[in-house]
Design a protein around this ligand. Sequence first.
Ligand SMILES: [Zn+2]
Length: 313
Amino acid sequence: MKLIDVTRQFNTDEKCLDYLEAMRWPNGVCCIACGSLKISRITRESKTKNKRTRIYQCLEPECKHQFSPTAGTIFHDSHLSLQKWFMAIALICEAKKGVSACQMQRHLGVNYRTAWHLCHRIRKAMTQDNLILDAPAVEADETYVGSHITRPRFARRKTKKDDVVLGMVERGGGRLKLVPVADTKASILRPVLEKHISEQVATIYTDEHPIYIFALKDKFPGKHETISHKDAYGIGDVHTNTIENAFSLFKRGLYGTFHQVSKKHLARYCDEFSYRFNRRQEQQQLFAETTKNLLSGERLTYDKLTASEVSES
Ligand SMILES: [Zn+2]
């Protein structure tokens, strides 16, 4: 769904509520306390601009619980109108290179802090922790990001300020997984590679870096092929061009849109990028899926975001 469609289709909070409701309760609204389908709808006058006007009451005599369609979800405590939420989701879904908080601030007419928090909460809904790549051919490689943008972008040498991102991709238009890692030691890469690449995979292609030999030998014996970039970019099927292409797209987004990304939030940017990349053929579902994840996901509070250490990986 494109931004223009979202703006047209969801031009009132009421329409946004209808959409969220249908998504949350496909079989009709039920009580969030007892699950009963005997519900009555109360409509009240809106006193302030963004006040939710739709309330349900459970008709079970012992329950009588009152709740709004967004109760218990990320949309509930937000002072932002649902229209702005929907526009923000559409913007992030549509932007191949991502949307910075500054851009979001301008598009929505909200303050920077609100825009920044909003972007991160939407990004959180794009997490794909349990993605397992299982195409016959998978490529893996690492790249360095995060130091000054004045540095030659694709220079391979790692500097002190750099962060390492391990990338894995299915060949033939498949899925991508990007994971920030602390270092390029085999002991650090092994669990990540083993978590995200299925045993079913026939071949894993990497460059000649010896860490991959150690990192892959336990779970994928005999399935590892390497290309020495000193000799050629690729010989027949043996190349890592697919992952290199994904990296260059990722870096263009990272440097072009965000300029700099702190280590703390890098995982979320990696997830956002690969989530969108993996759904590039299904634009229509992207908006719905992201909204659904926001509805059911845990809330990412501003305090948690700005805490000195990230609690999640
Ligand atoms: Zn009830």
